[in-house]
Write a protein that binds this ligand. Structure first.
Ligand SMILES: *Cc1c(COP(=O)(O)O)cnc(C)c1O
Length: 376
């Protein structure tokens, strides 16, 4: 970014830029389509599309033929409507703002009877109907109807005035494990409820339970619809890549490069001290930008197509790299935090593995704070 001040050009290096490759989104969607063939894809774009920008991502998904999106809260859905997205939006978790569901034509996920009655009442007041999906807790222990009485309760909800039961859903707690037993148990519970609901209603309701991990590894879980998130953004919940292409590159320019004598401590707490004549580069990215402090002395970034180790503690706004072994590094050089440069690549999985988290957290935290640009 450049600003002008008193006729002088000042380069502002502050913070990272995230470059989002929308052609990779099309590529990943195609992979999902090949796996699920003609099944409906409910693209999960919660948390600002996992840090990729929900309006831009949703717009592209819709132009690629995706007809349904899912977000966590109504505020996210409202933003999409205001960005001109007219596809059906399923709101996974929010039951607070009944008004918004009607104002913005959103599809609620019903997780308890009280909310079902509230929607029925609101629909009656507005002389309209509301399309809903009902969530069953098949073993995630988070939200939804207890599996035990679910079938009867779902049937009751389907009979409420103003309620149009469209979907039945559940969520896996560990579809990403090699051991499938618990996921299969959840699936069996779900299928039993699905069959009972069909029998009670005399019709089939759209069923969906598969997240990214299940799409890739549990064909039995691919029912009428699937709900992938992570896959679309080009990350896999598994070790192997499945030919997915990550959308996000996070980069910035070096703020400073300094020569330090042997024995010079670097950053807070002196957790790193130079052992030789060193060149240390300062990156204008820190934990305030979503680059976790747990990466202190425990990550690499790419400079001139080479891996440079993070040295010392990650600060709020700055991180230091040892670039002694990389020739010709200068202030302003591009540094890649996530993504590829000159044949080297740092993936979200590389980063998450170092700090005991998952790729989801890496992309949402880096992506949501960066200045984003979109390329095709
Ligand atoms: C986030 C979420 C998904 C998508 O999960 P991925 O692992 O990213 O595919 C699907 N369903 C629900 C209910 C979710 O909360």
């Amino acid at each position: 970014m450049k600003t002008r001040e008193a006729g002088k050009r000042i380069r502002v290096n502050r913070g990272p830029a995230a470059v989002i490759d929308l052609s990779a989104l099309a590529h990943n969607l195609e992979i999902v389509r090949k796996i699920v063939s003609n099944k409906l894809i409910i693209a999960v774009v919660k948390a600002d599309a996992y840090g990729h920008g929900s309006a831009e991502i949703s717009r592209r998904l819709v132009s690629l033929g995706v007809s349904r999106l899912a977000v966590a809260f109504t505020g996210e859905a409202k933003l999409l409507r205001q960005s001109g997205i007219r596809a059906e939006i399923i709101v996974l978790f929010d039951r607070t703002a009944a008004d918004d569901y009607f104002t913005y034509s959103l599809t609620p996920v019903i997780q308890d009877k009280r909310t079902a009655h509230e929607f029925s009442r609101q629909a009656g007041k507005r002389r309209t109907r509301v399309r809903v999906h009902v969530k069953i807790d098949t073993g995630m222990g988070r939200i939804g109807f207890d599996a035990e009485n679910a079938a009867a309760e779902v049937a009751e909800i389907a009979g409420l005035e103003g309620i149009e039961l469209e979907g039945l859903m559940s969520h896996f707690s560990e579809a990403d494990l090699a051991d499938r037993s618990y996921a299969l148990r959840q699936l069996n519970v779900f299928n039993a409820i699905r069959d009972k609901v069909s029998a009670k209603l005399g019709r089939h309701v759209m069923c969906h339970i598969a997240n990214s991990a299940a799409v890739l590894s549990l064909p039995e879980a691919i029912q009428d619809a699937v709900r992938p998130g992570l896959l679309l953004y080009g990350c896999s919940p598994f070790k192997e890549g499945h030919d997915l292409r990550p959308l996000m590159t996070v980069k910035t320019g070096l703020l400073a490069v300094r020569n330090l004598r042997p024995g010079t401590p670097v950053s807070y707490g002196r957790t790193f001290t130079t052992k030789r004549e060193s060149r240390v580069a300062v990156v204008p990215v820190g934990y305030a930008d979503g680059f976790s402090r747990l990466f202190s002395n425990n990550a690499e970034m790419l400079v001139k197509g080479r891996r440079a180790p993070v040295v010392g503690r990650v600060c709020m706004d700055l991180t230091m790299l040892d670039v002694t072994d990389i020739d010709g590094v200068e202030e302003g050089d591009e540094v890649v935090i996530l993504g590829s440069q000159g044949g080297e690549t740092i993936t979200a999985a590389d980063l998450s593995g170092r700090i005991g988290t998952i790729p989801y957290e890496i992309i949402t935290s880096l992506g949501s704070r960066a200045k984003r640009e979109y390329v095709n």
